[in-house]
Write a protein that binds this ligand. Structure first.
Ligand code: BG6
Length: 516
């Protein structure tokens, strides 16, 4: 990453300082920013949690996270320098007095530095804690300075439209919209941001980026992992809330949005909200045709037997929670009328892969005889988001030989080959933007609500009519058969992610199943 240090002093106050997110994502990202010389000379990281912990043992735990989750292990000298800026304070966040103590401590930094520091209040906490912390900050007047005080809220942002509205009202009671940073970490991913660069930095694709040329769009976000230790949260969330409402809809917005006038944060966010508002409402009687849910049963991942969701720690033996969701959306506007957007996401799939596939229409008139078209395929553009980051374009060429025959080929661009530099982790990008006060990659209040409104009819229907066939897909497969039916009823099929790694993973799952 190129350098460009942040100027003024900065204090990160991490509520939930002892939690998983801080250990796994936030501090490794801050450490990388420190190594790349982005952090200001004067900064402090203040972890706040319930535990009784010395600064030393807190730093040790965080170092373990950096060793595990950063690109390389912590360098001893650099770590000593970095960690001298880290401290831990024990506090009960439901006690308003605790915030007076935090305010006092923050005051000492300003005094020491002889100037006002930017204060970032990061809520790495379960959703029910947002209210007491926002109120605590306000009671201690830590919210007042519009320019210097910022609050960061993680997803899930509410659990339905009403609760998201309530949360927005609560936050807006104490903070201005410009002070609030609602995180969807997918927006920090390099390839997700690249969708904007690719679409609006080229003349080539924009003229064909519409219903006249595009047949349909598929967005797949698949994960090999199961629910892990997160059943407490996941049991109340499910795949639709956990992934579709935020990450997948964000990607859809970037693919479908109109060209912004500039990369100004409000301009881009407005264009995304326009997309969400244009998504056709799914009526209750259409839910079964437009959305499919699934839950994994036991199966095989990378040659290893894994248990089903209902046998995971902390999961009810008759849990109705979906671990897979596939949904078909339409965006009702001039550009996209009647072009389906198929979204699917699931846990315990054969591979961890996120990809967008844009399938173009067949040529309007076929010039070639049937004998030349045995291997004829429509043009396809693939945007690989992870684990590989790149863009692939499939088109037809003449197969070499004395006969005219068409054959598909793939033109490929991979970030790692083209640039040979490390792409920053999503959290590095997002934390840096928070420090700069740039909210382009964060969700505006109305956007979170619009996204809930899009999925609410499905949530309501799924809640009122429980699943009867769970578990309905085997771990290590691409989801329930009904997901194939969802797309097959339109005469289409799911596009297999192209990446080699993905195909190897799939082969391993198949082999293990056959040998069992
Ligand atoms: C989180 C979800 O927001 O995103 C998780 O809560 C999911 O369930 C994760 O595993 C996926 O993120 P990534 O960056 O690993 O694709």
């Amino acid at each position: 990453m190129q350098s460009g240090k942040i100027g003024g002093p900065m204090v990160f106050v991490i509520f939930g300082g002892h939690g998983d997110l801080t250990w796994r994502k936030l501090v490794p990202a801050l450490y990388s920013l420190f190594l790349d010389d982005w952090l200001p000379d004067r900064f402090e990281i203040l972890g706040i949690g319930r535990k009784q912990l010395s600064d030393e043992s807190y730093r040790e735990r965080l170092r373990d996270g950096v060793d595990k989750f950063s690109p390389g292990k912590a360098d001893p000298n650099k770590w000593t320098e970095f960690s001298s800026h880290i401290n831990f304070r024990t506090a009960d966040l439901e006690d308003k007095q605790a915030f007076a103590g935090i305010a006092e401590e923050l005051g000492t930094y300003d005094e020491k530095w002889g100037t006002k520091a930017t204060r970032i209040y990061y809520l790495a906490l379960p959703p029910q804690m947002i209210k007491p912390v926002a109120e605590g900050l306000a009671a201690a007047k830590l919210n007042l300075d519009r320019e210097y005080a910022r609050i960061v809220v993680e997803k899930p942002f509410g659990h339905d439209l009403n609760s998201a509205r309530e949360l927005n009202v609560l936050l807006s009671n104490y903070f201005q919209e410009s002070q609030i940073f609602r995180i969807d970490h997918y927006l920090g991913k390099e390839t997700v941001q690249n969708i904007i660069a690719f679409r609006f930095g080229n003349t080539l694709f924009e003229p064909i980026w519409n219903r006249r040329y595009i047949d349909h769009v598929q967005i797949t976000v698949a994960e090999k992992d199961g629910v892990g230790h997160r059943s407490g949260y996941y049991e109340h969330a499910g795949a639709l809330r956990d992934m579709v409402q935020n990450h997948l809809l964000q990607i859809l917005c970037l693919i479908a949005m109109e060209a912004p006038v500039s990369v100004n944060s409000d301009e881009i966010r407005q264009k995304k909200v326009d997309v969400l508002r244009a998504i056709r409402t799914i009526l209750p009687e259409q839910v079964h045709q437009s959305a499919v849910r699934g839950q994994y049963g036991p199966g095989w991942i990378e040659g290893e037997r894994v248990r089903g969701y209902r046998a995971e720690e902390g999961v009810a033996p008759d849990s109705p929670t979906e671990t897979f969701a596939a949904v078909k959306f339409y965006v009702d506007n001039w550009r996209w009328q009647d072009v389906p957007f198929y979204l699917r996401t699931g846990k315990r799939m054969p591979s961890t892969v996120s990809e967008v596939a844009i399938q173009f229409r067949p040529v309007p008139h076929q010039t070639f005889p049937a004998s030349a078209l045995l291997d004829n395929r429509p043009n396809r553009l693939l945007i690989a988001i992870q684990p590989e980051e790149g863009i692939l374009l499939r088109f037809e060429v003449k197969h070499p030989g004395q006969h005219m025959a068409l054959a598909p080929v793939m033109m490929q661009f991979y970030y790692r080959e083209a640039f040979k530099v490390r792409s920053p982790e999503a959290y590095e990008t997002l934390l840096l933007d928070i420090m700069r006060g740039d909210s382009t990659l964060f969700m505006r209040a109305d956007q979170t609500e619009a996204a809930w409104a899009v999925i609410e009819p499905i949530l309501d229907m799924w809640q009122s009519v429980g699943p009867t066939d769970f578990p309905n897909y085997e771990a290590g497969t691409w989801g329930p058969e009904q997901a194939d039916v969802l797309i097959a009823q339109d005469g289409r099929s799911w596009i297999m992610p192209t990446l080699l790694q993905c195909q190897e993973d799939l082969a391993k799952c198949r082999l293990a199943r056959e040998q069992s």
